[in-house]
Design a protein around this ligand. Structure first.
Ligand code: R5P
Length: 299
């Protein structure tokens, strides 16, 4: 197997190659003064010499530019290796949250993205905790493998900031229930979810905890796939503190942390924020290569 990736994802590609074995081909990235981009494989001959290629790249931040670079790279791979079995591995896949037409006339970004990848005849797409993996699986015209980092993140927190405390696992909205339940079962915690509502026009969120938590907990771990502006987590903190929970940790696989969300979370009552390095932040505690390797090995 050959591992290829954008130069800006060199560390990730090298770590992945160290786990899986195999050579690495990097694509240099140029950005012209007008904003256009151009990639160039450092050893294109190697692309032609392999019948199985994994192209691995971060696609965030600057997801619009990253998308163009990834598409250019897939195009180069297909030029040099038209028959190779091609897998695309992306730790945080952008554009997937818009998986349906919420307002008439809107684009369905997820569908567009999959169509673009399909143009290059990829056989498989590998991601970590993609938002709404079922909607992606239902429309993807290729194999789709999504691995979860939730159990590892939870264990890290139970061994670290919440060690020895009586912890409740909380899904901050309906969409996170299954992930939270599966994680709670795996690590032996109780689990509840918050009924969250988001106003589609203003973006404002409101919510309620189950009216009766079946007992008092000293700590809560609020687990989500993404922390974006932090609004969802702040709401969870307000509700949990009102219910008497004293120690709070926020965990998510993908830490977008927009608009200084990290600081907001800490000042809203969370003692810590923990995530993977699918997006590199000061709160990233687990390398995402282990999850990609797991998926690529079919574990
Ligand atoms: C939405 O359903 C996701 O799972 C997250 O809860 C959401 O993206 C978090 O966004 P924010 O941090 O802006 O509240």
């Amino acid at each position: 197997m050959l591992l290829a990736g954008l130069e800006s994802s060199r560390v990730l590609c090298t770590r992945l190659a160290n786990i899986l074995g195999g050579e690495v081909v990097l694509f240099r990235e140029r950005v012209f003064p007008d904003g256009e981009v151009l990639v160039k494989a450092d050893s294109p001959g190697k692309l032609a010499a392999h019948d199985s290629i994994v192209f691995c790249s971060r696609m965030y931040p600057q997801q619009n530019q990253a998308l163009t670079k990834v598409l250019q790279s897939l195009d180069v791979i297909r030029d040099y290796s038209p028959q190779a079995n091609l897998t695309l591995a992306v730790p945080y896949l952008p554009y997937v949250r818009q998986d349906k037409r919420f307002l008439e006339g809107e684009a369905i970004s997820l569908k567009m993205l999959l169509r673009l990848f399909h143009l290059f005849s990829i056989q498989r797409l590998v991601t970590i905790d993609t938002h709404g993996p079922e909607s992606l699986r239902n429309v993807a015209p290729f194999d789709f493998v999504d691995v979860s980092a939730s159990v590892e993140l939870t264990r890290k927190i139970l061994d670290g900031p919440l060690a020895g405390s009586d912890t409740l696992l909380v899904a901050p909205d309906k969409g996170g229930i299954e992930r939270a339940r599966a994680t709670a079962k795996e690590v032996g915690l109780d689990c509840v979810h918050i009924e969250k509502r988001r106003d589609r026009d203003t973006g404002e969120v409101s919510g309620v905890l189950p009216s009766e938590l079946n007992r008092d907990y000293s700590s809560a771990l609020v687990l989500d796939d993404i922390i974006s502006t932090g609004g969802t987590m702040v709401l969870a903190s307000q509700l949990l503190r009102k219910a008497g929970v004293r120690n709070l940790v926020a965990a998510a696989t993908h830490l977008l942390l927009l608009e200084d969300a990290g600081r907001r979370l800490l000042s809203s009552g969370y003692q810590d924020v923990v995530g993977t390095d699918s997006i590199e932040t000061v709160f990233s505690r687990i390398g995402c290569e282990v999850f990609l390797a797991k998926a690529l090995r079919g574990e």
